[in-house]
Design a protein around this ligand. Structure first.
Ligand code: 4AD
Ligand code: MG
Length: 484
């Protein structure tokens, strides 16, 4: 194909290009008065105005220039006479690369619901909303690598297929090549996974953390960034069965270093998008304001999207212990008036409604809760010494809670003491045989270390202001749904 000039480049350096003959390719957003094409090629939010000399063009060809048709246009770039754009392309040649029959095409040049477009995931990226979301998603992914590279971390690829349950929660997808209708059996009648592909039972990973710990105890500072899978039957706006997680793991870090890293990292990602994707943010901000226009005031967001992001980067995150959180909640108005659906009691996990109260009502900013009860947290978290005025055993775990989203990060200092870890694993029925290597890391040259996992889509949700996590991943996998 002949060389094309990208529209982003044309619009950002048009003074150098005016007068030149250029070729552009992209999808038609609108065609006005048989003369003005708004063309978008995905490189940015903006469209290039392509002006057609309709009297000298084939009528049949022009009929095909319509919403989301893909075209190639060649002509001279000139300064625009009209308002609204600095330059336009005076086309002397138009070629239809892909016609788009609107009688059959599901997308239409009018507002369509996010739910509808979710079912048309093969076309939704052509809209302003989704193209903005996915450009920002890319930007955050790039910023993740930049942050860690600039700070001396090594990117580590941990396995997708594993034999272990890193979270010990049993929410795993089995990986097997055995015939499900007629699997080989052991003498006891159980499925005999020793005859399976890997010679043992395997599953898709729920987290790369345990392997990242191996990296941290050799390279010092590592991170993973990969897909993780959870077979939890959670049909919410914040859960996916397949999501991407970023997991830094650092030797010689304690829980406090870990919280500092988490806060600095979150702020870096948000700042990066504020600095580099302002057009997209502005569009998404406007979208939210249009949507909320007809809502009662108390249901609208208290701040615009950009204001929210700036607020988060400009303020320290609040840091409290789980025990303090429980006391705050039990003394809160909604608790006393019986407005929480779930009870608040030391030893029980905080529910989304409790987290939202702390973040959105009490502190009105991100909150890091630490030192959770040992009984509700994973086996690998480091046991704290007994603390005064704390009813039970706690672990050095922390969750970062964001407005509108809830938990974006879960992390901890890891149990580096071999004997303590063994006894925790026994208490929690975590199989020692499976994690022999994890235990050996504590026996030979171990060190204190800590890390966390950031749910990538939850961060994309926060930064783009999208209400449903299914709208920030190109092809969401959720219970009952694996289309595309
Ligand atoms: O809190 P989680 O389960 O922690 C871990 O997996 C640790 N191994 C992390 C570590 O210490 N290295 O998950 C981490 C984050 C959560 O805070 C949340 O943001 C996200 O992953 N997450 C999900 N995101 C989308 N859909 C789901 N089903 C998610 N489950 C967790
Ligand atoms: Mg968690």
């Amino acid at each position: 194909m002949s060389k094309r000039t990208e529209i982003k480049q044309i619009l950002s350096s048009h003074s150098d290009l005016v007068g030149q003959e250029l070729t552009v390719m992209g999808w038609v957003r609108a065609f006005r008065a048989n003369r003005f094409i708004a063309l978008n090629d995905g490189t940015s939010m903006k469209t290039l105005q392509v002006v057609v000399d309709f009297e000298n063009m084939d009528e049949n060809l022009l009929k095909q220039v319509g919403f989301h048709a893909c075209i190639k246009a060649t002509g001279q770039l000139v300064e625009s006479q009209g308002a609204g754009q600095a330059v336009e392309l005076q086309a002397n040649e138009i070629e239809i690369l892909g016609a788009c029959n609107l009688d059959e095409y599901p997308m239409q040049p009018k507002a369509q619901s996010l739910e509808f477009m979710r079912e048309k995931a093969h076309f939704r990226m052509r809209t302003n909303t989704f193209s903005s979301v996915f450009r920002i998603r890319h930007g955050i992914a790039y910023a993740v690598h930049k942050y860690f590279n600039d700070n001396g971390y090594f990117y580590m690829h941990t396995p997708i297929v594993t034999g272990s349950d890193a979270e010990g929660a049993g929410e795993m997808f089995r990986v097997s090549t055995l015939d499900p209708a007629n699997p080989p059996r052991t003498e006891e009648g159980d499925v005999d996974y020793s005859q399976d592909f890997f010679g043992k039972a395997t599953n898709l990973t729920v987290s790369g953390q345990l392997q990242a710990e191996i990296g941290a105890l050799a390279l010092g500072k590592v991170y993973t960034f990969g897909p993780t899978f959870r077979a939890e039957n959670s049909n919410t706006s914040r859960h996916l069965a397949e999501f991407w997680m970023i997991e830094p793991e650092v030797a010689f870090y304690d829980i406090y270093d870990d919280m500092d890293l988490a806060e600095d990292f979150c702020k870096y990602l948000i700042n990066f998008i504020l600095d580099n994707y302002s057009d997209e943010l502005e569009f998404l901000d406007q979208r939210i304001q249009n949507m909320e226009k007809n809502m009662p005031k108390e249901q609208r967001r208290p701040m615009s999207l950009t204001e929210t992001l700036r607020f988060v980067v400009d303020n320290d995150f609040e840091r409290i212990t789980y025990t303090e959180a429980v006391n705050i909640l039990r003394n809160s108005k909604p608790y006393k008036k019986g407005r929480f659906e779930y009870d608040v009691e030391w030893g029980k996990d905080l529910q989304a409604e409790h987290e939202r109260f702390l973040v959105e009502k009490k502190f009105k900013k991100p909150v890091i809760v630490r030192d959770y009860p040992a009984s509700i947290k994973a086996f690998y978290m480091r046991l704290n010494d007994e603390q005064e005025n704390v009813p039970g055993k706690t672990v050095a775990a922390m969750d970062v809670l964001f407005p509108g989203i809830g938990e974006v990060i879960g992390g901890s200092q890891r149990e580096e003491r071999h004997d303590v870890l063994v006894s925790r694993m026994k208490d929690m029925d975590v199989p020692e045989e499976e994690l022999w290597w994890y235990l050996e890391l504590r026996k030979f040259g171990g060190a204190p270390h800590a890390g966390f996992g950031l749910g990538f889509e939850r961060m994309v949700q926060f930064i783009t202001g999208m209400g449903n996590i299914r709208d920030v991943i190109a092809f969401p996998r959720t219970p009952g749904s694996a289309e595309f």
